[in-house]
Design a protein around this ligand. Structure first.
Ligand code: AMP
Length: 419
């Protein structure tokens, strides 16, 4: 008989580590909810074309990394490699953009990319994301950046850096693109990279290879080609961030791996993570709605990687608050006590007190071992003699002290003694 393992590049989340993931999702979503972002869920798969048109035909995500499948009915689907295109598709489909703008939404879920697995890079990973759609306002870009900053801060992370850039708009970007192409065509580059110059020249700036980077020292930068409107917009975003006390670094080479970004573009990096240092990123995508067949809908958003945020916490030695453990552990001695204490445990839980039970008909010794291991503050122990008197023994597992308590008063007594 063979046993199965999870597919390559995937992982199972089990206690206690799984609690850290929940804590990270909670820390990222709490600031969003306070800022009026509503929760959205979309399907795990979409029509392939949504991503090829939305994310971009020339991106690695679309050309190499999508998990695609053809259904028995002949429909071409893809497991979602990112969240923005789906969220915008859903907002358009549900006509959210016809109501009050901006439409502010947040989401949390699994995403899939056929990448070469390594530390911090998986084929199935987890993101929490946020999108603010339908409004062009530098304050909205700044709001989203600050909400991410606040999330990292709430988690206690100190070594997250914010990189900021502007990618221009349909006015200035094409002119810059041509200037960049002209420069790149004169360099000594391999076949693949030459092809990239023609399809997506900005991506060449992001090439991590030393031999390529060396030749890029004098490459034209978007920063020097921004039109007046983009320049002023970017200045306003920077001013708002500065006024809010957010530290950032201008990074004129930041381009990111998705084609839909315009104007504000940012990335959060953590230096303790090795080569996969990006913990989150996002930006403005004013043209995406039209790219997927919608009306003009200037928007901005980000996605933060839950997996890498967990790795960042580890790198900084931060352990999020321990999960809620049982506060009371019930140890029944005998069949009748089992029935009675099972009722007590249910009652405790309904009163909001975390409680657990010695399952499996364990003897006293093993049951007490389980009680101690559970981390509970109290053990509620009952045998036949106790039940005859309608009492139980309440043992304080920290001090070792034991008192007799009326069966009907267990919940009240525990509540009082837990403070
Ligand atoms: P992107 O959607 O590429 O902008 O990525 C946003 C964030 O998701 C990144 O900053 C990472 O933290 C995370 N991320 C992207 N791809 C992966 C992956 N293959 N494995 C783990 N995390 C990822």
């Amino acid at each position: 008989m063979t046993t199965f393992s999870a597919p390559k590049g995937t992982y199972d989340l089990t206690p206690p580590e799984s609690e850290t993931f929940l804590a990270v999702r909670e820390a990222i979503s709490a600031p969003l909810r306070r800022a009026g972002y509503g929760y959205i869920e979309t399907p795990g798969f979409e029509h392939v074309e949504l991503f090829s048109r939305g994310v971009g035909e020339s991106t690695d995500i679309v050309t190499k990394e999508m998990y695609t499948l053809t259904t028995k009915g002949g429909t071409e689907l893809a497991l979602r490699p990112e969240g923005t295109a789906s969220v915008l598709r859903a907002a358009l489909q549900r006509n959210l953009h016809r109501g009050a703008l901006p439409v502010k939404l947040w989401y949390s879920g699994s995403y899939y990319r056929y990448e070469r697995p390594q530390a911090g890079r998986y084929r199935h990973f987890s993101q929490v994301g946020a999108e603010a759609m339908g409004t062009e306002d530098p304050a909205l870009d700044a709001e989203l950046v600050l909400l991410a900053v606040d999330a990292y801060r709430a988690l206690g992370l100190r070594e997250v850096r914010l990189l900021l850039n502007s990618l221009g708009d349909q006015e200035c970007r094409p002119k810059y693109r041509s200037a960049l192409q002209e420069f790149l065509r004169g360099l000594d580059l391999d076949e693949d990279t030459r092809r990239r110059i023609e399809i997506n020249p900005l991506r060449v700036l992001d090439d991590k290879r030393e031999a390529v980077q060396r030749q890029l020292a004098d490459a034209p930068m978007m920063r020097d080609h921004l039109c007046e409107a983009c320049k002023s917009y970017h200045e306003q975003v920077r001013d708002l961030l500065t006024a809010a006390g957010a530290e950032f670094e201008d990074d004129p080479r930041l381009v990111r791996g998705l084609d839909y970004y315009t104007r504000t573009t940012f990335e959060f990096v953590h230096d303790g993570l090795g080569s996969q240092s990006a913990v989150g990123g996002g930006g403005r995508y004013d043209g995406l709605s039209e790219m997927i067949g919608g009306p003009p809908l200037p928007s901005v958003g980000w996605a933060l990687g839950v997996d890498r945020t967990v790795l960042a916490l580890r790198a900084e030695g931060i352990a999020p608050e321990a999960p809620a453990r049982a506060e009371v552990f019930a140890v029944p001695l005998g069949e009748e006590a089992r029935r009675t204490l099972f009722g007590v445990v249910t009652e405790l839980r309904r009163a909001g007190i975390a409680a657990d039970f010695a399952y499996g008909g364990k003897g006293m010794k093993n049951a007490m071992k389980s009680a101690n291991r559970s981390g509970a503050r109290f053990a509620v122990i009952a045998g036949e003699r106790d039940l005859e008197q309608r009492t139980v023994q309440l043992k304080d597992l920290e001090s070792g002290g034991q008192t007799e308590v009326e069966l009907d008063a267990v919940v009240e007594t525990v509540r009082r003694r837990l403070g």
